[in-house]
Design a protein around this ligand. Structure first.
Ligand code: ADP
Ligand code: ASP
Ligand code: MG
Length: 427
């Protein structure tokens, strides 16, 4: 008998039929003798629809009330799922994040889990019930305000609960068969990855592969949670995220790890260029102190060589497009003090990232990446690298072609047919 956490994403519970299908899956696991805790997301695109609604009644919805609104999505799906399971003759008890003991800090809209007091979950399991927990939400320790964990946060809820109850595995059920070498919606020839390390999965998630949230992978790594990403629409084995060494098959040597794990893409960033910056010590510090003080996280930075005659340079950086106007307003307010000429804002960029632990020890990875983009006629606007990642910024409308070209250039295309996308709208 195992203790399993199963997380079902929005596309797996998009309507009543889907909820009943998932209920069957859960009841089967329970009948097979396992203890099951389920974490569920809001149905389909509910969270996006609630966000749209909020923006229709207010251009700047207060973050505390926004969280109260958004947590409603997961409350609906948890209750419906518990009802559907009960209807199959298996006891199920639904819990809000607060009831499940998910304690967070008070950063509304991007709260961090600081503790999981899993008493109610243990009690439900002891009573022989399946515990259904609303994902993506918690409650602050002192004020009892409800919080949300940021987009895709139900993955984090699932891993945090798996860590708290010491589950044998945390299964993340979604609308594709696992983690692929690229998003199967863009690269139909993407290959399913059987095992991936936390390190590589962290960089894939940080680079936009939303199949797993970044914080979920961080949490899983810190607490050693085995994460199994798989489809709720098929019976296939998915992708195991773990640092455990691969069990050697009899008669086989250890297989060499591939150089590249995959290609991720991100369309959610924008680029700000600060034009005509005096090239003297301290201006970069002033610019980025201003951006930081407005609460905005930046990603890539490029500074041009200054023109000898003018002593002026341009500095470009990328940031989440959602924070773009805030950063522009903050910078505009210090234009005189810093003495730059103007600001340019561009939200039609895309970012492609090539991720693989093998690049630490293999020369020529960047050269092959740039060569593939050249052959596809795609211009590179910015570049950044880490030990296991190379990222480039391109025009947004060339991003899909770029991802496909790079995927092919690194020999990642599958020869075994196309990857299946079972559901979801890709929103
Ligand atoms: P859920 O609603 O189950 O949380 P998400 O939409 O958050 O699902 O994540 C699943 C989606 O992630 C897939 O449908 C796919 O389009 C996208 N995705 C992006 N990169 C990858 C990748 N490397 N492997 C698999 N899926 C990916
Ligand atoms: N419903 C939330 C979202 O759409 C959380 C999640 O699905 O993980 O972001
Ligand atoms: Mg998700």
């Amino acid at each position: 008998m195992a203790l399993i956490v199963q997380k079902y994403g929005g596309s797996s519970v998009a309507d009543a039929t889907a909820i009943k299908r998932v209920a069957h899956r859960i009841a089967e696991a329970k009948r097979a003798g396992d203890d099951v805790v389920v974490v569920v997301s809001a149905m389909g695109d509910t969270t996006d629809e609630l966000l749209d609604l909020a923006n229709q009644v207010s251009p700047k919805p207060p973050s505390r009330e926004m969280d109260i609104l958004l947590t409603a999505g997961e409350r609906i799906s948890m209750a419906l799922l518990a009802m559907a399971i009960a209807n199959l003759g298996v006891e199920a008890q639904a819990f809000t994040g607060q009831q499940a003991g998910v304690i967070t800090d008070d950063a509304h809209g991007k709260a961090r889990i600081i503790d999981v007091k899993a008493g109610r979950i243990h009690q439900a399991l002891d009573e022989g019930a399946v515990a259904i927990v609303a994902g993506f939400q918690g409650v602050t320790e002192h004020t009892n305000d409800v919080t949300t964990l940021g987009r895709g946060g139900s993955d984090t809820t699932a891993v945090a609960i798996a860590a708290a109850i010491d589950a044998d595995v945390c299964e993340i059920y979604t609308d594709v068969d696992g983690v692929f070498t690229a998003d199967p919606r863009i690269v139909p020839t993407a290959r399913k990855i059987a095992r991936i390390t936390y390190e590589e999965m962290l960089d894939m998630a940080a680079s936009g592969a939303k199949v797993l949230g970044l914080r979920c992978v961080e949490y899983g790594r810190r607490h050693g949670v085995r994460i199994h990403v798989r489809s709720s629409f098929s019976g296939h084995t998915g992708t195991l995220v773990t640092d455990e060494p691969q069990p050697a098959l009899e008669g086989e040597g250890t297989m060499e790890q591939p150089i590249i794990a995959g290609v991720a893409h991100d369309r959610s960033e924008a680029k700000i260029t600060v034009v005509g910056v005096p090239d003297v010590p301290g201006t970069a510090a002033q610019i980025f102190e201003t951006v930081a003080a407005s609460g905005v996280n930046i990603d890539m930075i490029v500074q041009n060589v200054s023109a000898a005659q003018t002593g002026l340079t341009d500095i470009s950086f990328t940031l989440p497009a959602a924070d773009g106007q805030r950063a522009i307003a903050a910078l505009d307010a210090v234009r005189g003090a810093i003495g730059f000429a103007s600001l340019q804002y561009d939200d039609t960029i895309g970012k492609l990232s090539l991720v693989g632990a093998g690049m630490k020890s293999h020369p020529g990875v960047s050269a092959r990446l740039f060569g593939a983009l050249r052959d596809a006629g795609i211009n590179i606007e910015m570049i950044s690298t880490s030990e296991i990642r190379v990222s480039v910024v391109t025009r947004a409308d060339q991003l899909d072609d770029a991802v496909r070209a790079v995927h092919t250039a690194f020999g990642l295309d599958s020869t075994e047919g196309e990857a299946v996308v079972y559901g979801g709208t890709g929103r």
